[in-house]
Design a protein around this ligand. Sequence first.
Ligand SMILES: Nc1ncnc2c1ncn2[C@@H]1O[C@H](COP(=O)(O)OP(=O)(O)OP(=O)(O)O)[C@@H](O)[C@H]1O
Ligand SMILES: [Mg+2]
Length: 478
Amino acid sequence: MAQVVLENIYKSFPLRQGEQEKAANNVAKSVSPEAPGSTSNSVLRRINLTVGDGEFMVLVGPSGCGKSTLLRSIAGLEVLTAGNIWIGDRLVNDLPPKDRDIAMVFQNYALYPHLTVYDNLAFGLRRSQKEEGRRKKEEGRRKREEGRGKKEEGRRKREEETETEKSSRVQAEKIKNQVKEVINYLASNTVNKERIYTLGEDFLVGATRKLPPGLRYLSEREKAVGKRVLKVAQLLQIEPLLNRLPKQLSGGQKQRVALGRAMARNPEVFLMDEPLSNLDAKLRAETRSQIVQLQRQLGTTTIYVTHDQTEAMTMGDRIAIMNGGQLQQVAQPLELYNKPANLFVAEFIGSPPMNFFPVQFTAPLLISHPQFRFTLPDIWAKNLQQYDGRGLILGIRPEHLSIHPPATKNLSVQVEVVEALGHETYLRVCLTDAPAVRMQVRVPPERSIRVGEELWLAIAHDKIHLFDPDTELAIFPR
Ligand SMILES: Nc1ncnc2c1ncn2[C@@H]1O[C@H](COP(=O)(O)OP(=O)(O)OP(=O)(O)O)[C@@H](O)[C@H]1O
Ligand SMILES: [Mg+2]
């Protein structure tokens, strides 16, 4: 297992012809805010992030903010414009994807259409074990080329063969070659027991491949693969599908197979790009907890991309919020909810989103708005000193407003929409004296409320958030 470190990552894509002209003609509205009029589109900017060994990091942000690009860069599918990526103690900038020891589940999953679910799951496992045998194959290929001349000669004869004769001949040739290889190996002076065992097993697997499934020889490696495939299939509830081909699966089932294939491989790092987007709500919630459970068991460092904040809040050890190619905040889920670092995070986390009002601040602790005024708790005094006489942005979540009797510190509102969900009710209301100012309120379901009704709302003063209107950064109490 390994930690993943991203150091000052930048990524730009070249602009296409039409986009370049637009950027040159309209410098002020350039696609790249860093370099107006430039010929590239800057998609990731100064990303610094450390994902701990075994950590489940969720990358979340609106569509187009650069999540997939960042994940693809870690996987080695995009070349960085600048920066370094470390996996464990290896700098992987120049390593091809296959050498990075990562498994990625894409937004658009791709299964091997000609392989059964079982073989799709086993594919990565077999492949990684076969890396070791790559050298052997190379050697084999050279020998085959040498023997090509002889084959030419035999081709004329073979053209007259039937299918059965051909298959038996191929099988016999394979066995002959394997036996030859064992003999050559034993004759060489680099013999070791493990290698003889592997060669012997390869021979038995090859020799019994054409027999009915029950009679085939299963190598120790294949048994280990089988065990792992079964474990993952059980966890993802795809065990009954193991003998099917991808075309015989639903979209959601395919997605779970793609997920299983990555998990079965047991890489150092999992990269998942919205792997649940095709599942219905129930299956999505189930698979979500299965992924988390499996990740805990395996302890594999995971970076999981989503734009669904419920997924982010429930799955991540920590969440990294992105917007416009930049990281906005990296923190544990509840810290993001309780202490958002800026307006973007405050609005992005929480559903329905936080309500915002421009207010006026007067030291030491008075907040005023044309419709209401109240005094803040003392803990704010120190950090708000410098804002005396200035405007601030007040943020309050729908769940921190409640229906109360009239008072100057409360807000008079009129109900525009009532959304009764059963376990709770959301109201969309507007200020009575300023109908353009709208907000959302969460109220207990027992209270029956009609559209058009006038209510008074109290703000939970210990739950408010304040932001600097110029920098959009949060101001925290002490
Ligand atoms: N190959 C490319 N060439 C040019 N621009 C690209 C390329 N790939 C991505 N982009 C741009 O980079 C930006 C980020 O794209 P990316 O796919 O990373 O977004 P995302 O956060 O994954 O969005 P979504 O949630 O919709 O999947 C987008 O504006 C996109 O148009
Ligand atoms: Mg994406």
